[in-house]
Design a protein around this ligand. Sequence first.
Ligand code: ADP
Ligand code: MG
Length: 251
Amino acid sequence: MEQGLGQRAEAVRLNGVRRTYGSGAAAVTALDGVSVGFPVGSFTAVMGPSGSGKSTLLQCAAGLDRPTGGTVAIGGTELAGLSENRLTELRRDRIGFVFQSFNLLPSLTATQNVELPLRLAKRPIDRHVVRDALASVGLADRGGHRPAELSGGQQQRVAIARAMVTAPTVLFADEPTGALDTAGTRGVLALLRSLVDEHERTIVMVTHDPVAAAVADRVLFLADGRVAGELHTPTADSVVARMTHLEAASC
Ligand code: ADP
Ligand code: MG
């Protein structure tokens, strides 16, 4: 895909994305025409009040939910034209997703959890790739541990290793530090930042925490299913100031 000079390719592009749940008087518009691009190698935080559409945005961008209108493209491939099978394949090969609740399989070791996406994709399991994935999240010596034997922060880092083992085009994270203590949060944020800085990964992270958002390159603010603003090279203070402003405006 040719890009203009000085313009970075977009890992993800949403144009006029709408998502309405239900119909008639009970209809809820979760996303109301969102257009935004996520450049390759960028780290974006998504913030906004509860119910503003953050999770719906991630689900639609990741092909886990189909928009009611508008288009989503991952690495230049439009999702709307894909069959269910092709969409499943694209999700498996090009999308990483982590949740607040880790979602590791409790009976499997860290290594087995990280291998899972490769097994599901029927790709060969390269022990070095799996070991490197665990090493890259600082858990080279914990491969034989089950989730219950790891701290919350370590479990989330295993979940990130699992999401990244297929080298996806983009990693989506929906409140990945929401269930973690300060130390766990710090470790996960440092890891996400290093994936972008050292490996040119693309990350889109929903968070409520201004300190977490300040680790990103850009903050995208949502309100009532619409983009309500952007902040580049954010600081915790500038994020708090913008959120206070947005909340005051929506009262
Ligand atoms: P956020 O993550 O910002 O809290 P969500 O994207 O979860 O917001 O939700 C946006 C709006 O869409 C809310 O009003 C929510 O109640 C509604 N919504 C989300 N998912 C569904 C669903 N599956 N069915 C009906 N309404 C939904
Ligand atoms: Mg949410």
